[in-house]
Ligand binder design. Structure first.
Ligand SMILES: [Zn+2]
Ligand SMILES: [Zn+2]
Length: 387
């Protein structure tokens, strides 16, 4: 909400709509000086001061002013945020420019605030079967750790950091500036001690005074069954350490899966292509289909009916990948899809040649186009990545 309601910004600053940027700036300075809460004693001065700033926030910016001129308050209110002392970026800039930052302390407290450590990422490549059934893996990675020699304060054991002379241990330095409003005090972080108030005179030999070292971390990671290419596993608290007592970041294991020799996978379903001969396709057959189990590969009996076409797909339910949910639990299994491909025989023996000849006579010579096969083959090619 705007603090000025629908009052005209030009009116607030006491300038005409044709005022130049220089005139607007001058008017703002004059008004701001008059109503600055440190100076003005009259009632409502602070509210007026906010109004003036809000008006200048818009009229002092070429683009915002143009939008305001064309569309009024509705065009610019969205950018105002709520409290003009906290919302938008432009305000503090105006403040610093005219009041030297002394009105509000510009000290950055964040240097001492607890901060969470950074997240780390580790790329783990596993076998196809490990992704399907899960595995335990030992990983090694580098991360930052608190130096054990000095306990993190950066001083050689037996010595102590001394109080910073520049800031007397307060961690901040004050500078006084003269501005048109009078003396302004500016408080900044002490450059000698970086705000800690202490200076190390004999740096720790292990970490050279940084208080932190790089260490190689070893970790046992349990990869749940059903992970897939690109799955991320979060290991809480195993990232970089936090600062000033903040919590550590997380380690994200990004899974990369090696291809299998003949199984393919999409989501929780597995896919395999098997070849049968023309007689098996015509007469029907019992096939032994390889399946994946936690103990390794095994065989599963599957009956294909007489008259099976090349490219036909049979589904073996529940012989796919365990369905991994986001919370790490499992709910059932995907399926195994088996595509049979009928192989046309080559290099016939004389006997086979004669038999096919007899067969040909019984089948006649009509050539039948594979009418319903097109859409299906597109799907298969997609599945197999163009194989
Ligand atoms: Zn150290
Ligand atoms: Zn200092």
């Amino acid at each position: 909400m705007s603090t000025v309601g629908n009052r005209d910004y030009y009116e607030i600053l006491g300038v005409s709509r044709e005022a130049t940027p220089e005139e607007i700036k001058k008017a703002f300075r004059r008004k701001a000086r008059q109503y600055h809460p440190d100076v003005a004693k009259e009632d409502g001065a602070e509210a007026k001061f906010k109004e003036i700033n809000e008006a200048y926030e818009i009229l002092g910016d070429e683009q915002k002013r143009a939008a305001y001129d064309r569309f009024g308050h509705s065009a610019v209110n969205g950018s105002m945020g709520g409290d003009p002392f906290s919302g938008f970026g432009g305000f503090s800039d105006i403040f610093d420019e005219f009041f030297g930052g002394g009105f509000r302390t510009t000290r950055r407290a964040s240097r001492h605030a607890p901060r969470r450590g950074q997240d780390l990422q580790y790329r783990l490549t596993i076998d196809f079967e490990e992704a399907v059934f899960g595995s335990d893996r030992e990983i090694e990675y580098e991360r930052t750790a608190t130096c054990r020699t000095c306990g993190g304060n950066g001083a050689e054991p037996g010595t102590n950091p001394i109080r910073c002379q520049r800031c007397g241990g307060s961690g901040e330095v004050r500078s006084v500036r003269q501005t048109f409003l009078g003396q302004m005090v500016n408080i900044t972080t002490c450059p000698d001690c970086n705000g800690s108030g202490e200076v190390v005179t004999s740096p720790c030999h292990e970490c050279k005074g940084h208080g932190q070292i790089r260490e190689v971390r070893q970790l046992r990671v349990s990869v749940p069954a059903g992970v897939d290419q690109g799955t991320q596993i979060r290991i809480s608290g195993e990232g970089e350490p936090g600062t000033n007592g903040g919590p550590p970041g997380n380690l994200y294991i990004v899974v990369s899966v090696r291809q299998h020799e003949y199984f393919r996978r999409r989501g929780d379903d597995l896919f395999i292509k098997l070849r049968i001969n023309i007689a098996q396709a015509a007469l029907g057959h019992t096939l032994m289909v390889p399946i994946l189990t936690a103990e390794g590969e095994s065989d599963h009996e599957m009956i294909i009916p007489a008259g099976t076409q090349s490219g036909e797909v049979f589904v073996i339910k529940g012989k796919g990948v365990p369905r991994l949910r986001r919370d790490g639990t499992h709910v059932g299994y995907g399926n195994l899809e088996v595509m049979v491909e009928v192989e046309t025989p080559r290099n016939l023996t004389e006997e086979q040649y004669l038999l096919f000849g007899q067969l040909a006579e019984t089948l006649g010579d009509a050539v039948i186009p594979p009418a319903n096969q097109k859409g299906f083959f597109d799907r298969v090619i997609d599945w197999l990545g163009g194989e």
